[in-house]
Structure formats: C-alpha cells, structure tokens
Design a protein. Structure first.
Length: 208
C-alpha cells in the first residue's frame, strides 16, 4: 500500500504514531522505534504494510521510501512539508477520503522536480478549493467583501482561503481582481508575477 506521511508523533520511548494519507483513508499506525528511521518524515511518499493488533493501533510494517529527486533540495522540501502540514490540519478530523487528495499529492510531487515549488503548491491549493466547492463560492461573491459585505472594485485584498475583501477591512497586499479570478478559475499561476506568488504563499500559510 502507498501513502504520504501527514504527521508523526513520538511516544515516551522511541516509538512513533504515524498518520498516512492513502487513496481511501488516513491511517493511524504504530511504528516501534520509529524515531530511529529517517524514512519516517513529514511529506515522504512510502510503500508499507499494515498489521492489525488486537486492542491497539495497527502496526506500520515493511516501510519503503518512494523518494523524489527534489527531496534533497532544501527549499523545495520545505515548501512541500509546509503544505503537507496545512493539509493535515485541514483533514485532521477526517478518516475516510476520496482518491482526490492522494492524486493531488502525486501530481504536485511530480511537478516539483522542475517547477517553482510555491507555484506548484498554490496551484494544488486552487485545485483543492475547486474540488471542495469553495472556489465557486469565492467567485460567486467576487464583487462583495467577505467582511463588510459591500461592493468591491478592480483591486482587492485577500483573506484566508483567498476570500476577497477591501484592504481597509483586513489590511495586507492589494491584488488585481481579474488576475486572482483567472488563477482560481484555471488553477494556474502563469499570469501571476513572482512577488504576487510570494504574497499568496504567505496567505496560504494562514490555513487551507
């Protein structure tokens, strides 16, 4: 079975409780002496086996790292891990998932080899918003500030989940409304400048 490590927690010993996103669910598994294994790290794609234990968490067995070349590049790996941590918080109370989330990570991980990591992650997030129906809600209310409910013009500030607002209501950087709409509709950052990408990355850090 394959999956991505979303979260890991060390016990009083060197054992670990590990959360892994698979195609169908988020598994909570127990790994004896997991702290000694460098394979177990947030964002890693792994192949593994699950062994049921009566009255206790299933064991994580025969774990193999399915690595990507970019994992040796600190900046790319940092951006990837940051997104994985945000995704875990987003799915923290979820046990069963559809295959979208696993395939989203597969697609993003493949792109990270050659593309700007922040752009890759932002496009992944725009795809997630669309899948969850939240991009439609944002675009449907594109001419209204989510704070004061008053009309917007051609320049807007962005809140968490890229909700549109007046700068006077939430502060922060100003974006051209049509460029953000194009980004959410196409799930592509091609029309965005690097400084816009950097600021969107900071907003993404507020949470999914």
């Amino acid at each position: 079975m394959q999956g991505y490590i979303l979260q890991m927690q060390k016990t009083r010993t060197e054992d670990m409780i590990v959360k892994i996103l698979t195609q169908n669910d988020i598994k909570t598994l127990y790994r004896f002496y997991g702290a000694r294994h460098s394979i177990i790290n947030i964002g890693r794609k792994v192949d593994f086996e699950e062994q049921t234990q009566l009255g206790f968490l299933p064991k994580l067995k025969r774990i193999v790292h399915l690595g990507y070349k970019w994992e040796s590049q600190q900046q790319r790996y940092y951006v990837w891990q940051h997104f994985i941590k945000l995704l875990y918080r987003h799915l923290v109370d979820v046990y069963e998932v559809d295959s979208f989330y696993f395939e989203l990570l597969n697609s993003g991980a493949s792109k990270l080899t050659l593309q700007n990591p922040k752009r890759v992650v932002l496009e992944m997030y725009a795809t997630l918003l669309q899948h969850e129906g939240r991009a439609f809600a944002v675009l449907e209310n594109q001419m209204q500030c989510f704070v004061c409910q008053q009309g917007l013009k051609e320049r807007v500030a962005l809140g968490r989940a890229f909700l549109f607002a007046h700068r006077e209501c939430i502060g922060g950087r100003i974006f051209e409304l049509d460029r953000i709409i194009a980004f959410l509709q196409t799930q592509s950052t091609i029309l965005l400048e690097d400084d816009e990408v950097d600021h969107l990355w900071e907003i993404l850090g507020l949470g999914l």
